[in-house]
Design a protein around this ligand. Structure first.
Ligand SMILES: C[S@@+](CC[C@H](N)C(=O)[O-])C[C@H]1O[C@@H](n2cnc3c(N)ncnc32)[C@H](O)[C@@H]1O
Ligand code: SF4
Length: 455
């Protein structure tokens, strides 16, 4: 326990510092490097309602702006093509990419036209868009659809202001049952460790998930930036408490991987917190499969070598830059060689296996000697199931330690996004104060309707 808290604190402080970007005169990402494989990330930053826990770059939906945005997005994709990128896979994330289906379909078609090397496309969505007619335009073009559910507990959905806009747990289950067969991989995104969540509630959520027919589940640990933590406290009447996370995580892992005869889902773990019916399925965390990716869209992050290029996170700023004829890069993070290696170690272990032969090929010596402090810490805490010149794989204790490491890195990124948000023009900042007021009002209405902790 102490080792996890120490790890949390050390990496948390380091990640917050590391992820702080600096303004740059570069307006574009650099050209691709020969022999490197890239993923294309495309960001669509609009949502019908904003959720209190979320720090991603997203704005309340407004059709006219969104149409202008999609046009700029396609223009930025052309610029990425012109630089010579030949991505083999594309991930369209949000926000809610399906918010304007005609624009999304046009963008998907354009991605295929600009990048014939793209073999598979993944897109995110929200429950109201799970409709056969609406999704018909994506069938056969998008191989993996991922829907955000977070929880099948109606009281929790009300508290995070998703119940009214995105539907009750019963409605969501029915919607997934009706459409999951339209995509090779149908993923459900859930979150654990909301204040007040218990092992019993999580197990019930998994039992409900099993009835949906979806063949993949990503169960994120709650990753709250200091800004969203305050809002969560108000909406959930409870502190975000990472001490409960380990028990919840192990309960999820046990139930997702246990056989159906034992009451489990019978799925395989494909990374630290993604589970699939088929172990070869596309996984949710594109960071695992692809070390490097290039991003189009407002607030997008391009991970290229040891550098991270961040796109303008202001909607107006983003559109203006692209309409003026440049890519939208506004700031940059230089991780440096040592942190770049630490990130790679975390990323590979996140995918449950570090390829030590590839490590020695790239850095001249195996990871045990190349990152002795990081390796030694994990080793001393019983993290490795296999530890040799070929690979490192994880024990149960190791999986949780890697979750803690990655959670802190993602919180560092969320904290940076919060900071960027404070620098937005006043009219954009106001959208967030208005949304926060709405979120608190929804939580208050949930208090009145059911009291708290009545699960
Ligand atoms: C950024 S959203 C985009 C797709 C869609 N709008 C949705 O709500 O699912 C993708 C997923 O990220 C996860 N997520 C967002 N904020 C999170 C946080 N603070 N901690 C953990 N997971 C989070 C949620 O599970 C969410 O479904
Ligand atoms: S979780 Fe999804 S719907 Fe909620 S604010 Fe974030 S991106 Fe939007």
């Amino acid at each position: 326990m102490l080792s996890e808290r120490l790890l949390s604190k050390t990496i948390g402080l380091g990640a917050t510092r590391l992820m702080r970007s600096k303004l740059t005169a570069d307006t574009s990402v650099p050209a691709p490097k020969p022999g490197h494989e890239y993923l294309l990330y495309v960001h669509v930053p609009f949502c019908d309602v904003l959720c209190p826990y979320c720090s991603f770059t997203r704005f309340p939906f407004q059709e006219e702006t969104a149409r202008r945005y999609f046009k700029a997005l396609r223009r930025e994709l052309e610029m990425i093509r012109d630089l010579g990128y030949k991505p083999t896979s594309a991930y369209i994330g949000g926000g809610t990419p399906t918010i304007l289906m005609d624009e999304l379909v046009r963008t998907v078609d354009y991605v295929r036209e600009l990048f014939p090397t793209v073999e598979e496309i993944s897109s995110e969505t929200n429950p109201p868009h799970l409709d056969r007619e609406l999704l018909a335009g994506l069938a056969g073009k998008v191989q993996r659809l991922s829907v955000g559910v977070q929880s099948f507990d109606n009281a929790l959905l009300k508290r995070m202001d998703r119940f009214n806009k995105y539907g009750s747990a019963e409605e969501i289950v029915e919607r997934i049952q009706n459409v999951h067969d339209m995509f090779e991989t149908f993923n459900v995104d859930m979150i654990f460790n909301f204040p007040g969540q218990t092992v019993g509630m999580i197990e019930r959520d998994i039992d409900i998930f099993k009835t949906t027919g979806a063949n993949q589940l990503t169960y994120y640990p709650l990753m709250a930036s200091p800004g969203s933590e305050k809002l969560m406290q108000t909406c959930f009447h409870g502190q975000v408490d990472y001490r409960l996370e380990k028990e919840l995580y192990h309960a999820i892992f046990d139930k997702m991987t246990a056989s159906a005869a034992q009451g489990g889902a019978g799925f395989y773990a494909t990374d630290i917190y993604t589970f699939a019916a088929d172990p070869g399925a596309m996984i949710d965390e594109y960071v695992v499969d692809y070390g490097e990716y290039v991003a189009a869209g407002c607030g997008g992050y391009s991970f290229l070598g040891d550098e991270i290029y961040t796109n303008d996170s202001s909607l107006a700023g983003y559109i203006r830059r692209v309409e003026e004829g440049t890519m939208s890069v506004a700031s940059k993070i230089d991780m440096g060689r040592a942190n770049g290696k630490r990130y790679r170690m975390g990323r590979e272990l996140f995918g449950l296996r570090l390829d030590n032969r590839a490590w020695a090929r790239d850095f001249g010596r195996p990871v045990q000697r190349d990152l002795p402090v990081e390796y030694g810490y994990l080793k001393a805490n019983g993290a490795f199931a296999t530890d040799n010149a070929d690979e490192l794989t994880l024990t149960r204790a190791g999986r949780y330690l890697v979750l803690v490491m990655m959670r802190q890195i993602f919180i560092g990124m969320n904290t940076e996004r919060d900071r960027q948000r404070t620098l937005l023009p006043p009219e954009e900042r106001k959208m967030f104060t208005d949304s926060a007021e709405r979120q608190v009002a929804a939580a208050r209405a949930a208090d009145a309707s059911e009291g708290y902790y009545t699960y």
